[in-house]
Design a protein around this ligand. Sequence first.
Ligand code: NOJ
Length: 540
Amino acid sequence: MQNAYLWWQTGIIYQIYPRSYQDSNGDGIGDLNGIRQRLDHIKSLGVKTIWLSPIYPSPMHDFGYDVADYVDIHPMFGSMADFDALLAEVHNRDMKLILDLVPNHTSDEHEWFKESRRSRDNPKRDWYIWRDPAPDGGPPNNWLSFFGGPAWTFDETTSQYYLHQFVTQQPELNYRHPGVLPAMLNNMRFWLDKGVDGFRVDVIWLMLKDEQLRDEPTNPDWNGVDPFGSLQHIYTQNVPGIHDIVRQMRGVLDEYDERMMVGEIYLPYDELVSYYGRFQPECHLPFNFHLINYEWDAQKVRGLVEAYEAALPADGWPNWVLGNHDQRRIASRVGAEQARIANMLLLTLRGTPTTYYGEEIGMENVTIPPEFIQDPPAVNQPEIADVVGRDPERTPMQWDGSANAGFAPAGITTWLPVADDYEQRNVAQQNEDPTSMLNLYRALAHLREEEAALRVGDYSSVETLTEPAEVPIYAYQRTHPDSDSFLIVLNFGGDSHTIDLSHRSPQADIVIATDMQRSGSVALNSLVVNPHEGLVLRLT
Ligand code: NOJ
């Protein structure tokens, strides 16, 4: 039965931020050989797919999301030979490797942009979005950068502005020019020819802009904090015509066997699911980020899951994400105890789970002293650095209790500080502790691998018959004709509750409890759920 499903449907995706995973050469920055040294850890998590944030040559104004050459490796991360060795070892372990593709913008040091800015009649001029100043000499329209300030920078060489929605060194490509997409598709083919298994595509829903560059309307619901939120981004996001571009990207993947692409898209469900492709296939997975920035409340999360299930097209495969390199870590958002519930939820919902490195040990956001802040939105907007800065979720992986947490040799200054809690929270220590978050993660991942119901089975919400009726418990069932059924019971609160699930079955066995201790058979008419407890129950 399992073979009817593809690897990107059944396997866990694990995101590595390469700068922060493992430093093998003592420069305080992670690299490809470091990742290669840690593949056994990744394999032990039951991960199928490794996604690497960008490893290409880059001046690092946005830590690699400003790509200067799409078909090479930044020497800081290693050589092409190191990459080939990593890819081979990943495949030897029966895992997959996907790269981050950043098609919306290049670095200003990319050859295309260097040419484009040279003169108004350069053949590459219109590969980027250039406009004359407004009559008052200011930017051509009111568009904003995600990272603070206008989305336009004036270039003295040709006296025009160019568009960039991120840092000024990330000029936006113009996908209305017929030369741009074919060139980007060839960059994809370069890596696919090497055997890379696919791509996570950066800001795929932003790749097209309003042709008339109309001003964006103000946002009446703006909370007054991040200026980027003061406009409704109707002319820079999800613009008509975008699906044609995504379809053509998908077409390249379909030239090969079983490759995949997952798109970075922050949109409401009705729009998000259109990126599966309404008429022809688009993304294999449009990332579902809705658990991020959502209220951590049992009934609200239940509603969210149901809204997603209802919005999915018949052939759209679901996916869930708890965190990434742009978002506060889950353990900091919901607390250490609830982070266990979150991982149980992630690994037992229907669909492909994505885990951000370090979430398997409950790593938390790290407060970065002002003098160490590096992330551009925080550097550009120090007054709201706490809200927009992403350094806190990008700190070095905590491998063991030695200096620099085993990430880099002792005595080295790491590119971002190692968390203060690394002596208590690290992989080595959690390996030894049978009740650790790490061992909980592994147990959940392995159960998922073994049981068709959890891997590919149906989802149904389960009512908890209880007095008082409203308890902070979310329960659901996973079923599949080829395997036992499972009930998942998650207590989102700090009190214990006795609930009745006997309408599903009189009796069940505890297979995994979040404390990694509770076990045995339980009567479902009076199931005691402890504070912050999650249970995976096998129906008997
Ligand atoms: C989204 C990426 O996830 C983020 O890290 C980056 O800064 C922007 N895109 C720009 O590439």
